[in-house]
Design a protein around this ligand. Structure first.
Ligand code: ADP
Length: 153
């Protein structure tokens, strides 16, 4: 089973979409293993958005991620990274497919509600970046036999 990171961005917090976004992942069948509200800072965002450091909007997206606290969450499931990415939708919310989080709740490229890890490797790095080991709780999922067949788990 994979684990992946979802950050509910300031746009989710200010638009009161926290419950709605979390509900979607719960209803899909992903297991919530960790959740906390934190204030991001320039240092952690320099790391997190290092792949965008040479883009003109780099400072702007970092500022937008610090404007309120965010909620960081860890979700577990089979193929969780891809499942969560599919539910997220395209970076530009205006072209994100309806039914996705960005497609349903956002009009923006920047203010696009969630960050979600884009690969298994990045999920591992990002979970370590935002969570201490003892903040992720790996407990038995009581609904597992109704979510997966035996050969899937
Ligand atoms: P994603 O979040 O879909 O994985 P990226 O990693 O490419 O996308 O970008 C990280 C974040 O930076 C995006 O979610 C978005 O908030 C912001 N961003 C990306 N491209 C742009 C852009 N051209 N203009 C403004 N903000 C952008």
């Amino acid at each position: 089973m994979e684990k992946t990171l979802v950050i509910l961005k300031p746009s989710a917090i200010q638009r009161a979409l926290v419950g709605e976004v979390i509900k979607r992942f719960e209803q899909k069948g992903l297991q919530l293993l960790g959740i906390k509200m934190i204030q991001l800072n320039d240092k952690i965002l320099d790391e997190h958005y290092a792949h965008l450091a040479d883009r003109p909007f780099f400072t702007r997206i970092k500022d937008s991620m610090m404007i309120t606290p965010v909620i960081v969450t860890c979700w577990k499931g089979k193929d969780a990274v891809q499942v969560v990415r599919n539910m997220t939708g395209a970076t530009n919310s205006r072209v994100a497919v309806p039914g996705t989080i960005r497609g349903d709740f956002s009009m923006s490229m920047q203010e696009n509600i969630v960050h979600t890890s884009d690969s298994i490797e990045n999920a591992k790095v990002e979970l370590t970046r935002f969570f201490q080991d003892d903040e992720i709780f790996d407990f038995a999922d009581a609904k597992k036999q109704f979510l997966y067949s035996n050969d899937e788990i």
